[in-house]
Design a protein around this ligand. Sequence first.
Ligand code: AHR
Length: 488
Amino acid sequence: MQTTRIVVPEKIGKIAPEIYGHFSEHIGGVFYGGLWVGRDSYIPNEKGFRKDALDLLRKIGVPVLRWPGGCFAETYNWRDGIGNNRPVRHNWWTRNDGRYESNEVGTHEFFDLCELLGAKAYLAINVTSITPLDAREWLDYCLSPKGSTTLAKLREQNGHPEPFKIDYIGVGNENWGGGGNMTPDYYALEYRRFATLIDNVCKACKSDALVVAGGANHTDFNWTHDLAANLATTPRTPGWGMSFHFYTTKAGDCVNYTVDDWNTTIKLARAIEPTLLRHDAITQGFGINNKCKLVIDEWGCWHPDGSGPSKGYNLFEQQSTMRDAIVTALSLNIFNNHADKIYMTNVAQVCNNLHSLLLCDGGKNLITTPTYHVFDMYKNHMGANAVKVLLENNDTLSASASIKDGYLTFTLANLTADKDEETKVELLGCDTDFALAEAYVLSSPDMRDHNTFDEPTKIAPKSIKLDIRKAISVPAASVISMKIKLGS
Ligand code: AHR
């Protein structure tokens, strides 16, 4: 039996709601055959987005949504996605799946989606194949006051007189790879040009959008070092954040994995913690961490392709099992525990893709994945104040805790596929009558279990009664969340 100590006086910082952010790219089935059905569809929709998906996403709360890519962003011309006569183009991913981009979803539809979800908007701007002037014009189109510029009038003709609200602007995507195969020094020069003009037009439009530099792949600390070194030489370069991407890559089949594959996945996933600490330490070393607040704008498991319901038609679509749920719980616990260092993350991707929360067939079928349920169980952490949790054995358990509105939210995951655990919980430095408001467990008899169109609710959180004065059982491969009222 372990003891887990929640040290309430040891405050870590506010958990930015954006840590629970999402990513939606024009790739495979995320929009077409996924979230987007079109206004005239027989599938119930709001402004063309399927209502069942919107309702599910509203339930968990989507604080921020990144769009339009991913790699797609780096060949995207925003002018293709406005007005009535939208061209069909090669999508970045056409070479992989032969599917063309209809541009049915464009700027107006994206902001509709954000509004429908109550999400902040995070635009990823093309750096590889447009000029800073094109980027400036996209922002002029989105942000200029009603009736002011020619592009504001064009926006009005297209049905939106008032400016859109942009909260975050990412400068490029994976510029070390698909985004131009740049060196960090070369990217830094591009970033300086784009960020300067972006900042200029945002200020002209009185927008407080925050600019995010494109950071490293995974543990490429050299990228962070060289980019930070370059930016440190130009203190006038605008900026707020720096992103990096972290995928937990393949360990066995997506569904038919072994316990060894499970253990490898957990080991790979937990490396996100030292990785984020080191990226942060590097920018701190250059004294520019105020401009390089850490963002992880793509994260999740990346399993071999073809396991999703579309059997490979939707590029990168994969089933999401209890293994993915545990990676989600572990990752979110790590982010909560470093709420002072991490300001936004965007799980990749929201629907019909990698590490998705929703899987659907373009028709009536739509299911939630175990990953969706973890986001649901963790949602009370958003905007709460993280406090320290001390575990006796973090090889087997992962946990985080936070306080908001007189309640403590405590989330716990058993990282093992096959060992039940037990822990006592000591709450240090605060009073509670231990009256438990809510507790839920997500678990399943087989570590490979997942939801399907035939069994859509095989995995769903169950409400449980817990008295944390007694030991808590944490079954193998399970996630527990609880909300406890604190004494006055
Ligand atoms: O999420 C899928 C792809 O993964 C994104 O387009 C890209 O940024 C990353 O390599």
